[in-house]
Write a protein that binds this ligand. Structure first.
Ligand code: ADP
Length: 379
């Protein structure tokens, strides 16, 4: 809750009170001063009140004043919206019992209370700060829409829980394998087998940590190194690298237009292309084909990675860009997937002002399409 709000409120209350006080002073003035001077004073005070009301109405934070009997005395536009108060007239009671009960407590304890309220049926999640004004003025309630912050915090908590679970799985396998090696010390064949599996699990753990680090980098706007990037060069070199490392049973074709230049972070764009190609190869069966194509389309670069692999069920297509979502857990893990590749792709596309979409048929194949704005000079 900002201090500015407090300052503005004081201005507002001074303005509102000022009108009353002003009238009282005016009353005395009627007796002791010329009527002209009193009139000018009232006009000035009315001007100040109008300005204060305009400031109050323009604030993004809600400001609500409740009397000691909890009757709303004043609510600015943001407060009326956040509390879903229809019309411009104040109702005799506000619809949130939670806000009223916090206001009562602040009034009786004569102390400031700040707390978060979850989303209500009527409106958003609110951060509420109640400041008692004392008798006979009641309380002032500052209301802040915390929906987005609470959602982000919840996503962060879920992510940490999910990532910890994902890390625990290979660590548990490592533990088991180390114990197995120790107990099979005399059996050279068994030791060799377990050591081989140990190395696979370490590889998985490494891949997961790499993807987690990549994800945290691409989610940090401050970490972007913006430059003119030759996307054609990236698509060509990544396609070649994938062709060199992919199983011989998968054919990789590339159809890349020259001079497709975008503005962005070269490392992140490489990551985007590499993740799409890596998936295309991993989810394509023996004898399959992967095609990477890049061309200009209007003011955008259109990158497509198509495969004739296992495809993605329609119901899963809207979820595959979520972190750790996999259509088939076992298959994804067995092929070395971490469940983070497509969320990295989506983050990079969006932070570059672009989009990523998928079209896929089960058992027929998938095409991922990334659209990115071309750099000014490349249009
Ligand atoms: P993973 O590391 O598990 O592959 P991703 O985030 O890259 O994670 O992809 C999420 C899920 O989307 C995968 O587990 C897989 O089920 C599905 N998927 C991604 N790319 C393809 C593809 N080219 N063909 C079929 N399924 C795919």
């Amino acid at each position: 809750m900002s201090e500015i709000a407090g300052v503005i409120l004081l201005v507002v209350l001074a303005g509102l009170g000022g009108a009353v006080v002003g009238r009282r002073r005016g009353g005395r003035g009627d007796v002791t001063r010329p009527a002209r001077s009193a009139g000018a004073k009232i006009a000035r005070l009315e001007g100040e009140e109008r300005r204060a009301r305009e400031i109050l109405e323009g604030m993004s934070e809600g400001v609500l004043v409740l009397s000691t009997s909890m009757t709303p005395v004043l609510a600015n536009r943001a407060a009326r919206r956040l509390l879903a108060l229809a019309g411009s007239h104040l109702p005799p009671r506000i619809p949130s019992d939670e806000v009223v009960s916090i206001a009562r407590r602040a009034l009786s304890e004569q102390d400031v209370i700040e707390t978060d309220l979850g989303p209500s049926a009527a409106g958003p999640s609110l951060r509420v700060r109640v400041v008692p004004l004392g008798e006979p003025d009641g309380v002032v309630v500052f209301l802040h829409d915390a929906t987005e912050e609470q959602r982000t915090q919840q996503l962060r908590r879920q992510f940490v829980a999910h990532a910890s679970h994902e890390l625990k799985t290979p660590v548990a396998s490592l533990q088991t394998l180390v114990e197995a090696i120790a107990s099979a010390a005399d059996d050279r064949d068994a030791t060799a087998r377990f050591t081989q599996r140990l190395s696979v699990e370490i590889g998985r753990l490494n891949a997961l940590i790499d993807d987690l680090m990549d994800l945290s980098r691409v989610e940090d706007p401050a970490a972007m190194r913006i430059d003119e990037v030759d996307l054609s060069e990236i698509a060509r070199s990544r396609a070649k690298e994938t062709a060199d490392t992919a199983a011989a049973s998968v054919t990789l074709e590339s159809n890349v237009e020259e001079g497709v230049i975008v503005r962005g972070d070269a490392r992140q764009l490489e990551l985007l292309v590499r993740n799409l190609l890596d998936n295309a190869v991993r989810y394509t069966l023996e004898g399959g084909r992967v095609i990477v194509s890049l061309r200009k389309q209007g003011s955008a670069a259109r990158l497509e990675v198509a495969d004739d692999g296992i495809g993605i069920p329609l119901a899963a297509q809207s979820r595959i860009f979520e972190r750790f979502y996999r259509v088939d857990e076992d298959r994804a893990r067995a092929s070395g997937g971490t469940g983070l590749g497509l969320s990295i792709v989506k983050n990079v596309a969006e932070s570059h002002g672009g989009t990523v979409s998928v079209s896929s048929e089960l058992d027929e194949g998938s095409t991922f399409t990334v659209m990115l704005p071309l750099a000014d000079g490349a249009r």
